[in-house]
Design a protein around this ligand. Structure first.
Ligand SMILES: [Zn+2]
Length: 201
């Protein structure tokens, strides 16, 4: 184990020393074989699709096998994961990630939505996305174009719940502050970040 760790450390140090050259080589390689790789991928996807069409049980069997394997090796995977996360450079990377303003904002937003949803539920009010989409007649509150009800997340044109006044700016998770929006339009709005109020017509 010690030698394995030492080897990993050596490789990492080597990579750090040759980072620029290695990345450039990888970039050139990817660029050169881009078409071949895309062709290979679509051929493989097609092959899998055909196989699964011919034997519909196979897909389910494979998924079940994967789940069973995971259950069997759970402990091992957890131990390995913990050891990995304790490595100094991984620790450092994770710490930096956890401090990124956009990551923090996303987590705060999520916690806020969950809290408000829990409170609403406790009050006996349940907000069902579909009710809001129907109320808004499947029209996007951001771009005002139609939303196709058949599209599903993560399709960028699928319906999503948008807070008119962002939660980060004190908006509430209540019917009056919610509208239907394309997933794309919704995330675009989030990207603009708090501090930019959208005009509500
Ligand atoms: Zn839209």
């Amino acid at each position: 184990m010690a030698t394995k760790a030492a080897l990993a450390e050596k490789q990492r140090a080597y990579y750090q020393r040759h980072k620029a050259a290695t990345n450039e080589r990888v970039r050139v390689y990817r660029e050169r074989y881009k078409d071949a790789y895309t062709a290979y991928q679509s051929a493989y996807r097609e092959h899998r699709r055909t196989t699964y069409r011919e034997s519909p049980d196979m897909r389910e069997q494979r998924l079940a096998a994967g789940r069973a394997w995971y259950q069997e090796h759970r402990e091992e995977i957890a131990v390995k994961g913990r050891a990995y996360r304790r490595l100094p450079h991984v620790r450092e990377r994770r710490r930096a990630y956890n401090l990124r303003p956009d990551v923090l904002a996303r987590r705060r937003e999520k916690a806020h939505v969950e809290r408000q949803a829990r409170r609403a539920k406790a009050r006996g009010v349940r907000i069902r996305p579909r009710d809001i989409y129907e109320r808004d007649a499947w029209r996007c509150g951001v771009c005002h174009r139609r939303i196709d009800p058949r599209l599903r997340w993560p399709d960028l044109k699928s319906a999503s719940l948008d807070h008119i006044m962002p939660l980060a700016q004190g908006g509430k998770h209540v019917l009056a502050n919610l509208q239907a929006a394309h997933l794309y339009c919704n995330s675009r709005k989030t990207d603009r970040g708090p501090g930019q109020l959208r005009l509500i017509s």
